[in-house]
Design a binder for this molecule. Structure first.
Ligand code: MLT
Length: 402
């Protein structure tokens, strides 16, 4: 029997990994499943993107390897959009890295900058690609708990000096998954300053940059002076254009950082299908007409979700960005047990906070990715499970069990 590596033995199980199989089994058993788990909307991509993919499928040259260079117009569209949207110029050939979704880039970039003995600072809870990349690089994660006390920000000034001295990479993600927090500009300035002072690579996951509500427009990290020296920023078509399954994203950074990621990737993939990159061009070019309308649907769903979960006995804030509610659970109700009961007894899929790291305990995440009436029904069922669990907890306490 081949022996697994020591590294693998300590490798966590991806929190969403078991959900599709459980969902399928529940549906096969006749359960009316409402899936508010992954950030994976039921809405369609831009029609121009679909048409571009269909057209590309007929073009022989598009069926060949993309390699790292990929489809030139995709690089050009990315650079043009970064300029229009954030006022930030990038050289399409040397400062743009096409990705098979931002996730692989977020994980792969770690191995260019981390090795044994190095530290990566990770928010906790967080998108699990960050810890995945860190552990695969044999580096040490330093997890910083995201709690209401710091408005779910990683306060870099609280990190001990001996940790900062060994830190090579800091992962940040605002608007934040899963907490839906946003970062003020002076906070981002402080982070960039610390990274410059300490030569730390700032890996800035900006997958939710186009999901700001109520007039909030999330910035690029490159709007902060000095960020060009230390940052790499990741973007994705997944959330902005309802194209999760297409696996298409990009990173932007100065040529040295961009080429380091490209070099790592040249050993692990040979580029996204160029037909999908052509669809990416069409999606990006439809930004002005598509994104505001799509966002209006999410805003409606957000409001429906907040109202429904409040009505079912939960308290949560109205997020100003992302597609998530980050909902606190009462003391003594473990998030994994709550999510499991909600799924298995009521057919509602949500993400337990602990699935994003120990720092997420005490919360669960709802993705507002379905119509308001379905979210309302999910909230009603969640209220049933919550009431039962609170009752059971109170009975235990009354019986003298902690
Ligand atoms: C999420 O739902 O947080 C992610 O977008 C899905 C994933 O894990 O890739």
């Amino acid at each position: 029997m081949p022996r697994l590596s020591l590294r693998f033995a300590g490798f966590p199980v991806y929190p969403l990994a078991h959900i599709p199989a459980r969902k399928q089994a529940l549906i096969a058993a006749g359960v009316d499943v409402i899936d508010l788990g992954a950030g994976d909307a039921d809405l369609p991509p831009p029609p121009r993107a679909v048409a571009a993919l269909q057209a590309a499928a007929e073009v022989p040259a598009m069926q060949r390897y993309g390699f790292a260079m990929g489809h030139g117009p995709y690089r050009d569209a990315i650079a043009a959009w970064m300029q229009t949207r954030f006022g930030q110029p990038f050289d399409p050939r040397t400062e743009v890295v096409p990705l098979l979704g931002s996730k692989e880039g977020l994980a792969h970039v770690a191995s260019a900058y981390l090795g044994p003995g190095d530290i990566a600072i990770l928010p906790d809870p967080a998108y699990q690609a960050y810890i995945g990349g860190t552990l695969l690089s044999d580096a040490t994660p330093y997890v910083y708990p995201l709690r209401p006390r710091t408005n779910f920000l990683v306060d870099v000034d609280e990190i001990p000096g001996d940790v900062l001295a060994r830190t090579r990479v800091l992962y940040l993600n605002y608007p934040n998954n899963p907490t839906a927090a946003i970062a003020p500009r002076d906070y981002l300035e402080r982070v960039v300053q610390v990274c410059r002072d300490r030569d730390i690579l700032l890996v800035y996951d900006n997958a939710y940059s186009e999901m700001g509500f109520d007039g909030y427009v999330p910035p690029s990290i490159f709007e902060i002076d000095g960020a060009r020296e230390v940052a790499i920023e990741f973007h994705s078509l997944s959330k902005t254009y309802n194209m999760t399954g297409w696996r298409c994203g990009w990173a932007v950074a100065n040529p040295a950082i961009a080429s380091a990621l490209t070099r790592i990737k040249s050993f692990t993939d040979t580029g996204q299908y160029m037909g999908i990159q052509a669809a990416g061009v069409a999606a990006i070019e439809s930004w002005a007409e598509f994104v505001p309308r799509n966002l209006a649907v999410f805003a409606e769903r957000r409001d429906a979700a907040v109202a429904a979960f409040h009505a079912s006995g939960f308290s949560c804030e109205t997020p100003r960005a992302t597609m998530y509610l980050w909902i606190p659970l009462p003391e003594g109700i473990p998030s994994a047990a709550f999510a499991e009961r909600l799924r298995e007894e009521q057919g509602v899929v949500v993400m337990p906070g602990s699935g994003f790291g120990a720092g997420g305990e005490g919360f669960f995440r709802v993705s507002f990715i379905q119509p308001g009436d379905r979210i309302a029904e999910a909230a009603r069922r969640a209220g049933v499970v919550l009431a039962e669990m609170v009752k059971a907890r109170d009975a235990m306490v009354a019986a003298g069990h902690p």
